[in-house]
Design a protein around this ligand. Structure first.
Ligand code: ATP
Length: 298
């Protein structure tokens, strides 16, 4: 398989050449609607990010894609198969890195990776998988002696030991320090360069920007924005933010594509200096916080 070549979604959808094809996905837990009509189209060889705050529905979505959770509605095809009825052959092609650590703690890293390799028809060489995640020096150490970041690397080694076509990672770097996060990013990039399709969820905008060819921003179980990080910046980052204070001191904020007009109107209204006037362009972080309803109130 070749790495992502930049084909557009339309091309891929038209040819049916999608690694993950989700339409109108729905999931409720009692009264809570966790996923409320999500569409996703992930191409082969792509790194795709699902970005959203706590409780947005990321884990639920990924668990449905893994076949570990039943859905209430929508169509899902992962490597062309519905995960709800997929068999062993499909499972061996989909690697999963769980949010909770799964490796047995008494075994060594090498023993663990070798044991998992036996579950797959065409596994990677265990030593190669250990090297891929940079755990060569810890190969003979017991799993329980690893740091949190090293455990996560082992989880990735176990996720890729079956040489999957698609790797699903749910919040892989939560709890990492900045250096460990960057090391992890290069590991993911290396896998993508080898041609593995990668779908990962994250809380971190920086992570989605650094890794994802395209991303879906989700909030309250819905996709609120979708596209390449640069395209999202272009689409939403062109708005200006005009801030001022009313004569009684009440702070005001207006998002506008025509800030000059807003300032002209304010100038006419205030007949002089506009108190507290500030004009700015939002960063991608501002855009993300706004899209997900987390914008700070001023
Ligand atoms: P986080 O970033 O915190 O992991 P998330 O985006 O992965 O959040 P989900 O874990 O999918 O979000 O949760 C979506 C919503 O569904 C939340 O309101 C959550 O409380 C609820 N939920 C998730 N799992 C269950 C469950 N097993 N039973 C009941 N409600 C659940």
């Amino acid at each position: 398989m070749t790495p992502y070549d930049g084909t557009t979604t339309q091309d891929a959808t038209a040819t049916g050449d999608l690694a993950v094809d989700v339409r109108g996905l729905r999931k409720r837990y009692g009264e809570v609607t966790a996923v409320d009509g999500i569409d996703l189209a992930v191409r082969h060889g792509e790194v795709y990010g699902i970005l959203g705050p706590n409780g947005a529905g990321k884990s639920t979505t990924v668990e449905i894609l893994q076949g570990h959770r039943a859905r209430d509605g929508g169509d899902v095809a992962v490597l062309g198969v519905d995960p709800a009825s997929a068999g062993r052959a499909w499972r061996s092609r989909v690697g999963v890195v769980w949010q909770d650590e799964s490796a047995p703690v008494e075994l060594t890293v090498r023993e663990t990776v070798r044991q998992f390799a036996r579950y797959y028809p065409n596994p990677r060489d265990p030593e190669e998988a250990i090297a891929l995640v940079g755990l060569e020096e810890k190969a003979a150490s017991r799993v329980k002696s690893l740091s949190g970041g090293q455990r996560r690397r082992l989880d990735v080694a176990l996720g890729v030991i079956g040489d999957p076509a698609l790797l699903l990672l749910d919040e892989p770097t939560t709890g990492f320090d900045p250096a460990a996060r960057r090391q992890f990013w290069s590991l993911i990039r290396g896998l993508a360069d080898e041609g593995t399709t990668i779908l990962l969820t994250t809380h971190y905008l920086e992570e989605a920007e650094a890794l994802a060819h395209r991303l879906a921003v989700i909030a309250d179980g819905r996709v609120v924005a979708e596209g390449a990080p640069t395209a999202l910046r272009g689409q939403y980052g062109t708005e200006a933010v005009v801030e001022w204070a009313e004569p009684d001191g009440t702070p005001r904020v207006e998002h506008t594509r025509t800030p000059t007009r807003t300032v002209a109107q304010l100038t006419a209204r205030f007949d002089g200096e506009i108190p507290g006037l500030r004009i700015g362009r939002p960063s991608l972080e501002d855009v993300y916080l706004r899209l997900t309803g987390q914008e700070a109130t001023r």
